[in-house]
Design a protein around this ligand. Structure first.
Ligand code: PLP
Length: 413
């Protein structure tokens, strides 16, 4: 459930009329609801029946400092995938003991940054990565904590681009023999401390069966690892639970937590989760104005550089007119942006009433929205706004033309 709703035919975020934000901030702009972020994170945090749970919000889904700060303040840790994301969470003074570093291609610089800041764990994805971490830890004369990300061979459904956890996916380690060899090496290394095992089976998952199957395999693997004398601190089941973009009915986070607690009831390790989309997606909308109407096209001021998901995955976001909940004179439209690519669309085939200069809200855009935005076509990135009750703040300014050129230099002829 989110806090975007019509009141007298006008769309509000919490207590703020979105018309007011569009007038003051302009469009396109991402608008996030603080209450919704908190509500969704609490749906995980409060579902653990003991202190055995750790929720590490997946920073890649929404990485604005203010949003991260909201989540830190209610107890979330963070799942990061780059030095830049580590820099962000350190900036908001996140507890290093709640930071997990995922990703297949960590650079030496990123590893050193993580080790120096004593993060909870590097989720490693190959033997070569382990050797690299060991080398850097040894140079720093410390021991680095790692967990091994394995592929439980569970097909979670969903778009091929966001399915992971299967043999042949680039993520994780598929051979359990290889996992055991790495664990054995880690055990003998002076500079490595193996603290967990991890998996992440995909994204936009709409059933709990895949998680239950993955949990069973995780427990079996944990037993094998214990048998060679390694005590683990946590079992990390990744993120991936789906959200209702367009009528889907995903399980509730509390049901996921219950299912995992039950599958792991004999285990003493913490259960770690890395949810992204379920916390951030419905906490954000993208506001965009209709510039022109041509045939059945609504040509808006947001484009694929602002919201890439429709072009990248064929993702379908619901779109609402902020001034009109009714669809009495509604028509079928294709909503497209100004970018010179045929794949530049926000939503195809949607019924709504609209006229030029109306403002639309593209729903469920809080996750993998702004974070994937770019300057393609030399378009300045849009603003981000956080609503809190009856007030709102710009939490990232709209870029200017001079921002676009900031880092460029023209060599002397
Ligand atoms: C390792 C890992 N953890 C967590 C997530 C977050 O997934 P979601 O936003 O679907 O919950 C991802 C997303 O790709 C991921 O790769």
């Amino acid at each position: 459930m989110d806090y975007f709703e019509y009141k007298n035919n006008e769309l509000f975020c919490e207590e703020v009329n979105l018309k007011e934000i569009s007038k003051n901030v302009g469009t396109p702009a991402y608008i996030y609801s603080k209450k919704t972020l908190e509500r969704h994170a609490n749906a995980y945090l409060r579902s653990f029946s003991s202190t055995k749970g750790l929720v590490c919000f997946s920073v890649k889904s929404l990485s604005n400092l203010s949003a991260l700060n909201v989540l830190k303040n209610i107890g979330c840790g963070f799942d990061i995938v780059s030095g830049g994301e580590l820099h962000r969470v350190l900036k908001i003074k996140a507890d290093p003991n709640k930071i997990i570093f995922s990703g297949v291609g960590k650079s030496e610089e990123e590893i050193e940054y993580g080790i120096r800041n004593k993060i909870l764990s590097f989720n490693i994805e190959s033997g070569s990565e382990l050797l690299r971490i060991e080398k850097i830890a040894s140079m720093l004369k410390v021991s680095a904590s790692i967990s091994i990300r394995f592929n439980p061979e569970v097909d979670s459904g969903g778009h091929d681009y966001i399915t992971t956890g299967r043999k042949g996916d680039k993520f994780g380690i598929s051979s359990l023999e290889e996992v055991m060899q790495i664990a054995d090496y880690a055990k003998r290394s002076k500079h490595i401390n193996m603290v967990g095992i991890a998996c992440h089976i995909g994204s936009q998952i709409l059933n709990l069966e895949s998680y239950k199957a993955a949990a069973k395999k995780t427990v079996e693997l944990a037993e094998r690892i214990n048998a060679i004398g390694i005590e683990l601190k946590f079992l990390d089941m990744g993120g991936g639970l789906g959200v209702p973009y367009n009528g889907e009915t995903p399980p509730d986070p509390s049901d996921l937590v219950k299912a995992l607690e039950s599958a792991m009831s004999d285990r003493k390790e913490k259960i770690v989760l890395e949810p992204g989309r379920t916390i951030s997606a419905n906490a954000g909308v993208l506001l965009t104005s209709i510039e022109y109407i041509k045939d059945d096209f609504l040509i808006v001021d947001a484009a694929m550089n602002d919201l890439l998901r429709p072009s990248l995955y064929g993702a379908e976001h619901d779109v609402w007119n902020i001034n009109n909940a009714q669809s009495a004179n509604a028509k079928n439209w294709n909503i497209v942006g100004p970018i010179c690519e045929s794949s530049d669309f926000i939503r195809k085939n949607i019924t709504l009433s609209a006229k030029e200069s109306d403002v639309l809200a593209v729903k469920t855009a809080g996750a993998y929205g702004f974070v994937m935005s770019s300057n393609y076509n030399s378009r300045p990135r849009c603003a981000e706004v956080l609503v809190d009750g009856d007030g709102f703040k710009i939490i990232k300014k709209r870029e200017s033309y001079s921002d676009l050129l900031n880092l460029e230099e023209v060599p002397n002829d």
